[in-house]
Ligand binder design. Structure first.
Ligand code: ADP
Ligand code: MG
Length: 193
């Protein structure tokens, strides 16, 4: 389990140190759950928190992030990553979900937020349905201080799953969907089709 690094943001310091944490994995691997867990702990520490998600992802709720086990926290849907900079205000912790859907400017935005002394927690799919790196996620993983890869369970054989298998023939990289369109699969079961 991820333990928050000891950077006490409640201290009265001249310039607080910021950093970037990435939570990655396949669909159903618990990325949003883990993001919500960290956000709730920041709330307990009385740190000001803001959470963002791309407005393209409207699957559950316009203004919340919701995990597959139905826990949720309030979030702001933004059309592009730049908007995050104008909306963060003086919060100490910035959460970003579904980061793979943001444009490449999310990389500069994340660096900028960390430079401002904020803790930036980014969750997103590391691979698309073809098994290729997704959007800016590889770059975000490269610049992050901390990376956590979470795993789902293969629905075919029960092994550890790190692929999002698409059940339909649609070829576009972005196809919003849930269990109707995707299932978590391990390496062997992903390759077997
Ligand atoms: P992600 O954000 O990575 O898509 P969530 O945090 O929204 O994942 O959801 C994780 C939850 O999804 C699990 O706690 C579990 O209840 C549910 N779930 C559904 N299918 C699977 C699966 N194949 N493997 C693991 N968890 C699954
Ligand atoms: Mg999620």
């Amino acid at each position: 389990m991820f333990i928050e690094p000891y950077h006490n943001q409640n201290h009265q310091q001249e310039q607080k140190a910021g950093w970037i944490e990435v939570i990655c994995g396949s669909m159903f691997s618990g990325k949003t759950e883990e993001l919500i867990r960290r956000i709730k702990r920041a709330n307990i520490a009385k740190q000001r928190v803001k959470i963002f998600k791309p407005s393209v992802d409207t699957r559950y709720h316009a203004n919340d992030i919701v995990s597959h086990n139905a826990s949720s926290v309030e979030a702001i849907a933004v059309p592009d990553a730049q908007q995050i900079l104008s909306l963060v205000g003086d919060c100490a912790v910035v959460g970003i979900d579904e980061a793979q859907f943001f444009d490449a400017s999310i990389i500069a935005v994340a660096n900028q937020l960390a430079k401002q002394g904020k803790r930036v927690i980014i969750a997103g799919l590391d691979m698309d349905f073809m098994g290729n790196p997704f959007g800016a996620m590889p770059h975000l993983m490269a610049i992050a201080e901390y990376i956590t890869k979470v795993h789902a369970v293969c629905v075919v054989c029960g092994d550890v799953a790190n692929y999002s298998y698409r059940k339909t023939a649609v070829q576009a990289q972005v196809l919003l969907g849930e269990t109707d369109a995707y299932e978590a699969r391990c390496r062997r079961c992903f390759d077997q089709t």
